[in-house]
Ligand binder design. Sequence first.
Ligand SMILES: [Zn+2]
Length: 183
Amino acid sequence: MSILKVARMGHPVLRAKARPIEKAEIRGAAIQTLIDDMLHTMAEYHGVGLAAPQVHESVRLFVAALDHHDDDDGDDDGDERPEKAPVAIINPEILVVGSDVIEDWEGCLSIPDIRGRVPRAREIRVRGYDRHGERIELRAHGFPARVVQHETDHLDGVLFVDRMRSFGSLTFLDEYSRYWIKD
Ligand SMILES: [Zn+2]
C-alpha cells in the first residue's frame, strides 16, 4: 500500500465533477488498490474521510470512518465504542432525511490547518456500492452524516468553504484549539 499525495485547494482536480465508477470496474485491481491506498492515506494524515479527487483521481468514491463518537446529543459521557473499520462508498447518492440543519466545525486534508463552521443536514441516507460491488444504503445523523456530505461534495468539486454561511468562523488550527475547541 502507498501513501498518496493529497491535492490542496487550488488544484483543479478539486473543482472537477468526478465520473461515476462502472459496477464492473469496482472489483478490478485499479479501484481496489485505490481504495486500499486511500484508507492508508486517510489513516496516515488522521483524516475521518478522504475522497478520490483529493488524491488526484476524479472518480466518485470516498472512504470514511463513520463510527466516530456522535456527541450530537451533547452528553459527552465517554462511551466511545470500539472502532469499526472505515468504509468505502462508491457512486454515493445522498437523500436528506427531515429538515434539521446543524452548523458545526469542519476541516479538510486539502485545506490544511484551517477550520470553519458549516451548516449540514442533521440526518441523511446514502446509497451507493461498497468495495465488493454490492448495493448499500446507510443512514447517518450528526457527525457521520456531516462526513458523508463533506466527502460527497468533493465528488462535485465543492469544498466546505463553499458551504459556509459566512467566513466569520474561518480559523487557523492553532487559534481553533486555543479559542474554539470544546473541553
Ligand atoms: Zn475534504
